[in-house]
Write a protein that binds this ligand. Sequence first.
Ligand code: ADP
Ligand code: ASP
Ligand code: MG
Length: 408
Amino acid sequence: MSTIVQKFGGTSVGSTERINRMADRVIQEKNKGHDVVVVVSAMGKTTDTLVKLVSEITTKPSKREMDMLLSTGEQVTISLLAMALQQRGVEAISFTGWQAGIQTDSVLGNAHIQEIDTKRIRNEMDHGKVVVVAGFQGVTEDGDISTLGRGGSDITAAALASTLKADRCDIYTDVDGVYTSDPRFVPKASKINSLSYEDMLNLAVMGAGVLHPRAVKHAKKFGIPLYIKSSFENVGGTLIHGKVKQIESSPVIGVTFEKDINRVEMFECEDVEGSREAIMRELATRHIQADVYTQSCRNILSLLIKEQDLQEILFVLRKEKDRWKYSRIEQRSSLSKVSVIGQNMKSQPEIKIGMCKMLLENAVRVKLIGESSISVTAVIEKSHIQKAVESLHTGFGLDYEDILKATV
Ligand code: ADP
Ligand code: ASP
Ligand code: MG
């Protein structure tokens, strides 16, 4: 029998009315004869509300208690959805992450799934039940509840689909697919019908928030097709799989951005290159991603980091002041990153040159520009982000009118 994993994000289960509607979607799939496993997020902005509650209690929450708290959001949704299914005469059972056998490492707050023991899930599936699993959570070897990082329910869904060797993993969300840029930010963005795992991974890693990059990695490893679609409209979505050919005529597939970036600089650093290595190792053990670069001649080491990681990184840098021997730290917020995404970017210097020109023409001052094989990224003032993203989107021919013209 075929197995389908369905995942419903926060907006899709934001009210009991919506949970009822999602129950109907589950039943539609079940009635096609599939085994169905459902992964859900916390209702609406529940996780943000829980984070806010913490800020009213302490500025230094322990990671264990934080995960204990944040994992409760998803627990509300699983039981309500299971009840909605039962109310409709469909047998269903809900599982928390640990009941579902999701074992993670011990990096609380940003844990990685190590393995999933699907015995219990399979047993219930064999009895014809729909299994509803809480996204975003698991359990460490020590038996503590762990969370997978914000947006982590996508990871739960893709990892479960991989372990269960599902035929497809459907990600239901509040947009009807993956676009060339965030459609809420760039009204002229174009929907992409079909994407390779590599291209989706590149978009996600560089900031396309529609799908968690680690979810794409799990699906890619086991060749599970991911289908991103709307929870609310019955229109075609975006299929992500391994058989998509690279479109050679369009070197740029999308424009991504991260609005809130912080720069932290360590001055008069005694050994900038050595410290860079050590800091990158330290961040890796904490599953934190940052761009770390050096100005050796001025003994400055700089980090570009996401807002959510700022406090932890400052804590690490301050704690290790004697080890990394620097005189002072300066921090700068209100920066943003904008990236154009494609493949073999380093062998196409015209993309970087074009990007600089377009930004200049739109009076966007570039503070820093860097490239990798999959992207060219500029750091800019946050106040310029809208015009920067829109001008690059238009400049690289991604606006929907232009894509439409190119395809007729
Ligand atoms: P969910 O709660 O369903 O996981 P998310 O908010 O995490 O939903 O992701 C969906 C959002 O991703 C959309 O509302 C959209 O604003 C944003 N987004 C960012 N980049 C893209 C993109 N390239 N294509 C589609 N949506 C995008
Ligand atoms: N509820 C978690 C969050 O808001 C996980 C998720 O929605 O994917 O980040
Ligand atoms: Mg999400």
